[in-house]
Ligand binder design. Structure first.
Ligand SMILES: [Zn+2]
Length: 319
């Protein structure tokens, strides 16, 4: 992951298909690509450029049409992030498969009937899914140091919340992947064998030697405020883990680990024993903060899932 900056020390904005924001600024607008297959599509984006050099992270959601926690969480984060405190740059593409979203089409893109997340690396000239995959990979992914791809179970699909990433021999990439997975703290985390070829966005990002995780939150064409917050906070904490946001003030290191030993959240235990809720009060911990800590603890204690289990790697890595 580079420390991308210009000769004056400011963070650069590497995505040339988006007008670059100034240092410390946010730009929220729409862009188009000139391909015939993508004619008439205005893609929303949030572009954030920090004042200080740092990593560049791409956040993508809406590859599938009926998965709503990802786009809503990504939009909420695009509005929330303060570019003045950012190191590096973030590009958020909250709805990349607009025809599927508008049609509420599960799994496939109207127009060619292809699953966009089985169309990578795509083609410069082809069907809508092939051209879109090619543009996303060669322009959006290519300029990023790390990628977060947000999904859910689609309209007819229930999934346990989980993250997934590929094994790699590159220790630095592994460390970044594991840092992002830990930051999300979802109940399950899948690690899949290093790909030799792939049809998915995250698989093709891994083949390019970059850090990348897929995130699955919610499903069945539904969305709740809790799921949106899970995505929003998860991506934010992943950016923090990668060094784009300031670190939290020192935490009590044993706060999360205690739950692993007792099987209960510290807050639950305090309330059950009639004691004061120790996650609030003078320490300044809000209930929201406590919830996040508990989720992170769940992630540390959660069962790891491997792609060679009953779930086929092809399904597991690209849902
Ligand atoms: Zn999906």
């Amino acid at each position: 992951m580079g420390e991308r900056g210009d000769q004056h020390g400011a963070a650069t904005f590497p995505w040339s298909f988006i007008p670059a924001p100034g240092p410390g600024e946010r730009r929220a607008d729409y862009f188009t690509w000139p391909d015939v297959a993508l004619a008439g599509l205005r893609f929303p984006y949030f572009a954030l450029r920090g004042r200080e050099p740092g990593p560049t992270v791409l956040v993508i959601s809406g590859i599938h049409g009926g998965e709503y926690p990802g786009p809503l969480g990504a939009i909420a984060l695009g509005r929330e992030l303060d570019p003045a405190t950012l190191r590096g740059a973030v590009l958020i593409l909250p709805l990349v498969n607009l025809p599927a979203f508008w049609a509420r089409a599960a799994f496939v893109t109207p127009g060619d009937g292809r699953n966009l997340n089985r169309a990578f690396p795509g083609k410069p000239a082809g069907t809508i899914s092939e051209v879109l995959a090619h543009r996303l990979l060669t322009e959006a992914v290519e300029s990023a140091d790390a990628v977060i791809d947000l999904h859910s179970g689609d309209i007819f699909e229930a999934l346990a919340d989980h993250t997934g990433h590929f094994q790699t021999a590159d220790a630095t990439v592994t460390a970044r992947n594991e840092a992002m997975v830990a930051a999300f703290g979802l109940p399950y985390a899948g690690t899949y064998p290093a790909p030799t070829a792939s049809l998915s966005l995250v698989g093709n990002t891994a083949l390019r030697g970059k850090a990348a995780i897929i995130v699955e939150v919610g499903g069945n064409g539904l969305v709740s405020p809790t799921q949106v917050a899970t995505v929003q906070e998860g991506v934010r904490e992943a950016l923090r883990a990668l060094g784009l946001l300031p670190r939290h003030p020192a935490r009590r290191a044993d706060h999360a680990d205690r739950r692993c030993r007792t099987g209960r959240r510290p807050r639950d235990r305090a309330l059950a024993s009639g004691g004061r809720d120790r996650t609030r009060g003078r320490g300044g911990r809000s209930p929201r903060h406590a919830h996040r800590s508990a989720r992170r603890a769940a992630g540390r204690c959660g069962r790891a899932v491997r792609g060679d289990g009953p779930l086929s790697p092809d399904i597991a890595r690209g849902a």
